[in-house]
Design a protein around this ligand. Structure first.
Ligand SMILES: Cc1cc2nc3c(=O)[nH]c(=O)nc-3n(C[C@H](O)[C@H](O)[C@H](O)COP(=O)(O)OP(=O)(O)OC[C@H]3O[C@@H](n4cnc5c(N)ncnc54)[C@H](O)[C@@H]3O)c2cc1C
Ligand code: SF4
Length: 488
């Protein structure tokens, strides 16, 4: 039987997007994508490097360089369901392209819809248990392995007292090759001769661009880092931006790894006694739970969800934030995290949620602009990830359709979960005055601004009671209005 050529989008590069290992492949490298939006330089490098390495790795791979996808499609091809609405609409308009169901996620769209339809609330915990049962992940018969579904209580410890770093080996560095040299030279040329703009610093490639590199990172993580993943999953250390995180998101999102194989490798580590259950459960929850959940929500929620703005946040992103100007920022936590984005295009989950997203929400920046910023500035950023993670979880712009309350927190949270505050010019306990922590003051002014909207939310009752007890609220609100979106 003839197997037709498979068109692979740049986030569908692994073997699980083919019907047979020797299936002919079409890849398209479109420069127009980089003309339209200002991406992080290291993200552009990673995507181009991955595409070109994929070309070099196959026998019958045609890589077409063209301004648009349409120009490249000169023969009938099949394609797996793309990961954005725009790409899907484009594929559906083409007579010569046959679209297959999505791959690259563990759970199927139909199963998600059957699970979600008719539910009043769509909560990760419920979906995650459903997915574990359905796919027999970390299960002992009908029961969760170890008797509990959730080990969050063990996985949310602050950093070890007095530690400057976690005692885990970093992922071995990636060795760049001639393809990376070529990509770097091309990007330099596009930037200098063609006016294509990037944000962030160039630097050695830190993330896998090939299946071999991705498998090596997975192996190293499971063996050396997964055993320490759990307890300090939510903690931050100024001198250890990676902590025990896997740094696998970019490789999974490029399609180089199948999330099911990642989850299976983690489970094997637990079954063989090489990694504790709590950490393995926490890691599995991220991939089988969160990753699949946000993917399905992207399609399940109506298209206008992306423009939701329940808190009526209208301020523009300030230039220092948009351009990743960490040096303009004195607040130690924010400066360090922004520098991480500038220098690596990656920081882990808690800096994204509780330092960057939290600040954006407190300051009232437009959720759509914040989502666009995350998409462009992170090596693992894609349209489908933004909707639930940024619009829903981080900015509460959907009014609570996927989170029970806004992820807003003051300096006390950052102080408990990191070592940033000790070396900061601000004081997390001070809400007014020259050394008032912009997060602490920002938190109270956020609550004051949205008191009416949040009143009916039972999880906000205590914080709102606290707000009403503040005797310096007027001065605080005035101070934060004056601070506005200036670099803190
Ligand atoms: C505001 C905000 C923006 C985010 N933007 C992205 C993004 O652009 N791309 C992205 O892949 N993740 C995003 N995340 C989720 C998460 O922060 C990253 O997946 C994670 O930090 C990547 O690092 P890691 O591979 O070391 O993850 P680990 O901590 O090692 O977790 C393991 C894996 O779980 C998956 N995962 C965990 N949480 C999520 C989640 N909420 N959504 C989707 N996958 C998840 C990733 O594949 C990740 O590799 C975002 C989270 C927030 C709060
Ligand atoms: S004091 Fe405030 S601004 Fe400074 S590091 Fe702590 S939380 Fe961040």
């Amino acid at each position: 039987m003839r197997v037709e050529r498979r068109w692979l989008f740049a986030d569908q590069l692994g073997p699980h997007f083919l019907d047979a290992p020797d299936q002919p492949v079409l890849l398209v490298e479109s420069k127009a994508v980089f003309r339209r939006r200002v991406f992080h330089r290291q993200k552009a490098h990673l995507v181009l490097s991955a595409l070109r390495h994929r070309e070099a790795a196959g026998d019958d791979v045609r890589l077409v360089r063209s301004e648009t996808y349409a120009e490249a499609l000169t023969e009938p091809v099949s394609v797996c369901h793309p990961t954005s609405r725009a790409a899907r609409a484009f594929v559906q308009r083409l007579d010569t392209v046959e679209m297959r169901p999505p791959r690259g996620f563990v759970t199927a769209p139909g199963d998600f819809v059957a699970w979600a339809d008719g539910r009043k609330h769509l909560r990760l915990e419920d979906f995650y248990r459903f997915a574990r049962r359905q796919h027999d992940v970390l299960m002992d018969g009908d029961e969760p392995a170890g008797g509990h579904w959730n080990y969050d209580a063990e996985n949310r410890e602050p950093p070890p007292r007095g530690a400057r770093t976690l005692d885990v080996p970093p992922p071995p560095p990636i060795r760049e090759d001639a393809i990376d040299d070529e990509v770097r030279a091309d990007l330099d040329r596009w930037q200098h001769d063609e006016g294509i703009e990037f944000v962030g610093n160039d630097g050695p490639r830190l993330f896998p661009a090939t299946r071999t590199e991705a498998l090596a990172r997975l192996r190293h993580f499971v063996e050396h880092r997964l055993p320490a993943f759990g307890p300090h999953e939510d903690a931050m250390l100024a001198n250890d931006p990676l902590m025990a995180h896997s740094l696998l998101s970019a490789a999974i999102n490029l399609g180089l790894l199948d999330p099911r194989e990642v989850v299976d490798r983690a489970e094997q580590a637990y079954r063989s006694g090489a990694a504790p259950l709590a950490g393995v459960e926490g890691f599995t929850r991220q991939i089988l739970g969160w990753r699949d959940f946000v993917w399905h929500l992207y399609w399940y929620f109506e298209p206008r969800y992306r423009t939701a703005n329940a808190l009526d946040a209208r301020r523009a992103l300030p230039a220092w934030f948009a351009s990743l100007d960490a040096d303009a920022v004195e607040a130690r936590c924010l400066s360090d995290v922004l520098a991480g984005v500038r220098d690596r295009g990656w920081v882990h989950h808690i800096p994204r949620l509780m330092v960057l997203g939290n600040y954006a929400m407190q300051r009232g920046w437009r959720p759509g602009a914040v989502a666009d910023w995350f998409h462009r500035c992170f090596v693992d950023g894609y349209e489908w990830v933004m909707t639930a993670n940024v619009i829903g979880m981080s900015q509460f712009a959907d009014g609570g359709r996927m989170s029970t309350k806004p992820y807003a927190a003051g300096g006390a949270y950052i102080n408990r979960m990191s070592d940033y505050c000790g070396g900061c010019r601000y004081d997390p306990k001070h809400r007014t005055g020259d050394d008032a922590c912009p997060y602490t003051a920002g938190y109270w002014s956020f609550l004051a601004r949205h008191e009416d909207t949040l009143e009916g939310n039972h999880r906000m009752r205590r914080p709102l009671r606290g707000l009403r007890r503040l005797d310096d609220l007027d001065a605080l609100v005035e101070q934060e209005e004056a601070r506005g979106s200036r670099a803190p």
